[in-house]
Unconditional design. Structure first.
Length: 257
């Protein structure tokens, strides 16, 4: 192989290498990235919202269950529905960054992931008054650029240890619960979706219908259920706290990438 081809191949490997964390076997080798936390706690997380058709129903159900969660929002959705983002925060939930659009970082032009991550983080801060602490890449696919950008914007990347496969047309509350059940253990980070923005139409109903069963099974096992900020990811016996900003904040403090 010619030297320039070796250089190109090396750069491609550096760029795409972090994407391997999407694979369950790789995530098991990276417990902090997977979201392993307090063995007495389960982190409940939702992706892709906020959506006025479905997210309020999740907020109502979480309130009924007396449970808090982390919502990984897309900037384009929060930009359309900022009042819903404020409702999520007022209800005591964490609002985290899922990017601006649901694009795969490995096939996005250079610089776009970093810029849009910063744009989304600033919007979360402006809407909720709290600087976001967490970043989950769309599809769970990281790139070298995404990792560097997350560090620059003060975000901690986190994926999941178990998901409910609630994004498909065939998903039902029962199938979501069965899929999650092997992963309902202390220290787990669960991934569900509070809307169908990037999923099969109406698929969010499967996650909503499974939610009470998920929380009940965790509590029956003596596990607390809550947001990532109370999960102690990578901090034995502790938990990350979001940096608070004044409610009137209208910008994110770090510069555009």
């Amino acid at each position: 192989m010619r030297p320039h081809a070796l250089v190109v191949a090396g750069l491609a490997l550096v760029h795409a290498g972090p994407g391997a964390a999407w694979l369950p076997a790789v995530r098991r080798l990276l417990p902090s990235l997977a979201g392993e936390g307090d063995p007495g706690h389960v982190a409940l997380t939702f992706d892709d919202g906020p959506d006025p058709r479905s997210t309020p129903l999740f907020l109502d159900e979480l309130d009924r269950l007396g449970c808090r969660a982390t919502f990984f929002v897309l900037g384009e959705m929060l930009d359309r529905h900022p009042e819903l983002g404020r409702s999520i925060a007022r209800a005591g939930h964490e609002v985290a960054v899922h990017g601006w659009r649901h694009d795969n970082a490995l096939v996005t032009r250079p610089g776009r992931v970093a810029a849009e991550m910063g744009r989304a983080a600033r919007l979360v801060a402006a809407v909720t008054g709290a600087r976001p602490s967490w970043y989950r890449p769309p599809y769970g696919v990281l790139s070298a650029e995404a990792l560097v950008a997350a560090r620059w914007h003060g975000l901690r990347p986190v994926l999941w240890t178990a998901w409910g496969e609630d994004w498909t047309r065939r998903a039902t509350p029962g199938s979501v619960l069965r899929t999650l059940e092997p992963g309902l253990r202390g220290g787990a980070t669960l991934l569900l979706h509070d809307c169908d923005h990037t999923s099969a139409p109406g698929s969010w109903r499967s996650a909503l219908g499974a939610l009470a069963g998920v929380v009940a099974r965790c509590r029956a096992a003596g596990l607390r259920v809550g947001p990532l900020g109370a999960h102690g990811v990578g901090v034995p016996g502790g938990g990350a706290r979001p940096h608070r900003l004044p409610a009137s904040a209208t910008f994110y403090l770090r510069p555009e990438a």
